[in-house]
Design a binder for this molecule. Structure first.
Ligand SMILES: [Zn+2]
Ligand SMILES: [Zn+2]
Length: 179
């Protein structure tokens, strides 16, 4: 399962967490070119063209497209870059008050690599919405819907009950007086 690989990167730096190489690193490229790998590269390219364009050392979107999606002609790389830049971004992440961020589209934690939201992420989410559980639940439901869509596209969807348990039920059950 690709989500268990040590060579899956996250933004905004897009470097492999294991070898530190610009991602996709050589060990990731060596994975069998399954449909899942191709989809992951496409989804990540979507995020990376923006991240790297605004990095301290900016990268041209066409160069990012080539890096993620292969050796395209100038015209093709330009066309793909424009399409990626015009397509709407995924839903914004919660406020960056904690390092345990969701890595899309696998929905694993960027820090501990467990299915997101991991325990530290849950504590961070509760802290980000003090006394505003309705707002937190709305936010979690929107993330759940997004995760369901992307995990289904990747071909390994958890059941709706599992997703509800993982994304929403823990916050619904949480006693606000404890936070
Ligand atoms: Zn690597
Ligand atoms: Zn975590």
């Amino acid at each position: 399962m690709i989500g268990d690989s040590d060579h899956v990167a996250a933004g905004p730096a897009w470097r492999c967490p294991t070898d530190g190489d610009p991602w996709p690193c050589p060990p990731f490229r060596a994975l069998p070119a399954t449909e899942q790998v191709a989809r992951l590269l496409t989804v990540y390219a979507h995020q990376a063209v923006r991240d790297l364009r605004h990095a301290a050392d900016p990268v041209e979107p066409t160069d990012t497209v080539r890096r993620f999606l292969g050796d395209l002609s100038d015209a093709d790389a330009k066309r793909v870059a424009l399409r990626l830049l015009r397509t709407r971004q995924p839903i914004a992440d919660p406020p960056p008050t904690y390092p345990h961020r969701p890595m899309r589209p696998l929905w694993r934690c960027s820090a501990c690599r467990l299915p997101w939201p991991c325990e530290p992420a849950r504590r961070g989410l509760l802290a980000a919405y003090p006394g505003r559980r309705d707002a937190l639940l709305r936010h979690l439901v929107s993330l759940k819907v997004e995760a369901q869509t992307t995990l289904t596209r990747l071909g390994s969807p958890p059941t709706p009950a599992q997703l509800d348990e993982r994304f929403v039920a823990w916050a619904r059950a949480h006693d606000p007086a404890e936070s």
